[in-house]
Design a protein around this ligand. Structure first.
Ligand SMILES: Cc1ncc(COP(=O)(O)O)c(C=O)c1O
Length: 369
């Protein structure tokens, strides 16, 4: 063999650290022989209530359709989204998860060498996709309490800036951009810069002061990305959507891979969007779980960042050892050691799951102190 593969691949790709997802339940079962039913996964910000029963019915109903390609345009799902989110149907695009919408949005606007600004710590995909495209990631640190500093975003804008990505609420911190902040950013941003507002956790936000990018959809170049993976409980089906002005959506459609969303995902998403009672139940479970975990963390002396999403960033002494010991006991949380050696992110679970987590943390945190 002549040259090594690593010498002939596009060299930018070497800058990409592999994305490490939350540990799958199946892996814990294989590693520790724990009964799959007993494993508690609080690592990937999924809906702990499981899918909506209506979505499950829809999945069963369309099982015998899968020998055919999906309805490529996603006509019925787009119309449902238009109705639920009160937007024209031409302003909606479907993706295999909202990650694919983010990816298409970045591919549409970024040339090699263009700057793309986004927060750090944040969702790792932004940096991976920037390198994939050959764009230059410009990371804006959140403040010490992990709140956004909009002034810092504005300071980073140069003639090379093409795109700004906002993660709101931000993963892994659960912090948000407030109304006043989004107004300031949008007012000052030059017209030729595009904003992708990743609002994957928007449904969990419990303040009216949330700075969604919705009011700017038709005033600025804005793409809002939303997902069915979180409160709608369909992470395994990979379905999300983007909302933007028709001109933007039309160009995104040119790079959308054909049949990127499956028949089952489309049908389940329609049923899930129709089940707003389930969304309400999921929201309420999250609020009560959050309050329970806050008080349990306070009692245990565990520091945490107040969250607007379905996960909590915490600081635990000897975090890597605690994460491993929890896994041995069948509980998966997510180490966030890129943020700092003591940081972990815990998805808010059901009442039973939260209780189990706290019972185990009580032993372990005491032990590691
Ligand atoms: C901030 C953020 N955006 C987007 C996503 C992607 O979600 P999906 O591709 O499943 O829609 C996630 C998933 O964890 C996320 O945390």
């Amino acid at each position: 063999m002549g040259k090594k593969i690593e010498d002939i691949i596009r060299q930018d790709i070497k800058k990409i650290a592999p994305y490490v997802p939350g540990k799958p339940i199946e892996e814990l079962q294989r590693t520790y022989g724990i009964d799959i039913e007993k494993i508690v996964k609080l690592a990937s910000n999924e809906n702990p209530l499981g899918p909506s029963p209506k979505a499950v019915e829809a999945i069963k109903r369309c099982a015998d359709k899968v020998s055919r390609y999906p309805e490529g345009s996603g006509y019925y799902l787009k119309n449902k989204i238009a109705e639920v989110f009160n937007q024209p149907v031409d302003n909606i695009i479907l993706g295999s998860g909202s990650s694919e919408i983010i990816s298409m949005g970045m591919e549409l606007f970024l040339n090699q060498g263009d700057d793309v600004i986004f927060p750090t710590p944040s969702f790792l995909i932004y940096k991976i996709l920037a390198y994939k495209i050959g764009a230059v990631p410009v990371e804006v640190p959140l403040q010490d309490d992990f709140s956004y500093d909009i002034g810092m975003f504005l300071e980073k804008i140069t003639s090379k800036t093409k795109l700004i990505i906002l993660c709101n609420p931000n993963n892994p911190t659960g912090t948000i951009i407030y109304k006043k902040q989004i107004d300031e950013l949008m007012e000052k941003i030059p017209d030729d810069i595009v904003v992708i507002s990743d609002e994957a956790y928007r449904e969990y936000v419990d303040t009216d002061d949330f700075g969604t990018a919705y009011p700017y959809l038709y005033k600025k170049n804005v793409i809002i990305t939303r997902t069915l993976s979180k409160i709608y409980g369909l992470a395994g089906l990979r379905i999300g959507f983007g909302i933007a002005r028709k001109e933007i959506i039309e160009f995104m459609e040119r790079i959308r891979p054909p049949f990127n969303t499956t028949t089952i995902a489309q049908e389940a998403a329609i049923a899930a969007l129709d089940d707003q009672e389930y969304v309400k139940r999921s929201f309420e479970n999250n609020i009560s779980g959050k309050n329970y975990l806050y008080s349990a963390f306070n009692a245990l002396g565990i520091k945490y960042i107040p969250t607007y999403a379905n996960f909590i960033l915490c600081r635990i002494p000897s975090a890597p050892a605690v994460v491993k010991k929890l896994e041995e006991r069948g509980i998966i949380i997510r180490g966030m050691f890129g943020v700092g050696p003591e940081y972990v992110r815990i998805t808010i679970g059901t009442e039973r799951e939260n209780l189990l987590l706290i019972q185990n943390l009580k032993d372990l945190v005491g032990e590691e102190k």
